[in-house]
Design a protein around this ligand. Structure first.
Ligand SMILES: [Zn+2]
Length: 200
């Protein structure tokens, strides 16, 4: 039965389903969607991916994806350097930026603790956060990981590492339903969540 599936298609599905968030079914769907696109469009898509891989990388300071060495937030002199907002992924920071309610800096940890997916603290950019807090005159860290079981666990892990460093640690408030994902929240909800952040 397996012989009927073309080798390259099998390989692509296998590779995609290795990505977090993709199961076999969604990997198959993506592969088939690309295959059924007009050739020119599909090749263009791949070209855009190549360009992204060439140009986009994490900011050296905060980890936000950027085409510069230092991202526009970190290089903006007007930003409040005493505040760091910790997010799971770049798109969470982009969502918060959209609200225009936050004027501090970010730190992207690149995921969340997940025993199920075997993601431990060493896999995340947590050490670099601690280094930043120790090196710069940071007064406040806002933990804006997602309101999921894993996001909460990650926030409390970071809280424990920072609690004796003499800074204010806040958790973003959630009008967001538990289990919601930050990057999908509308601007109003996200603004409120930022406004009503509470010190832990
Ligand atoms: Zn940056």
């Amino acid at each position: 039965m397996d012989k009927i599936i073309p080798e390259t298609l099998k390989k692509v599905v296998e590779e995609i389903s290795n990505l977090p968030g993709y199961g076999e079914k969604s990997a198959q769907r993506l592969a088939v969607n690309v295959l059924s696109m007009p050739r020119g469009e599909a090749l263009n898509l791949i070209k855009i991916f190549m360009e992204m891989l060439e140009k986009v990388h994490p900011c050296k300071e905060c980890g936000i994806y950027t085409e510069e060495e230092i991202c526009p937030v970190c290089s903006d002199e007007e930003r409040d350097r005493s505040s760091i907002c910790v997010v799971e992924e770049s798109f969470d920071a982009f969502a918060i930026e959209r609200t225009r309610k936050y004027r501090g800096l970010y730190h992207v940890i690149g995921g969340r603790l997940s025993p199920l997916e075997e993601i431990t603290a060493e896999d995340l950019n947590i050490e670099s956060l601690i280094r930043r807090v120790e090196k710069y005159p940071v007064k406040e860290v806002i933990l804006a990981t997602n309101p999921t079981v894993e996001g909460e666990a990650t926030a409390s892990y970071i809280y424990n590492l920072l609690k004796n460093k003499g800074i204010t640690i806040s958790r973003i408030a959630y009008g967001l339903p538990f289990g919601a994902v930050l990057e999908n929240a509308d601007d109003f909800t996200l603004s409120k969540a930022l406004e009503h952040k509470t010190p832990i």
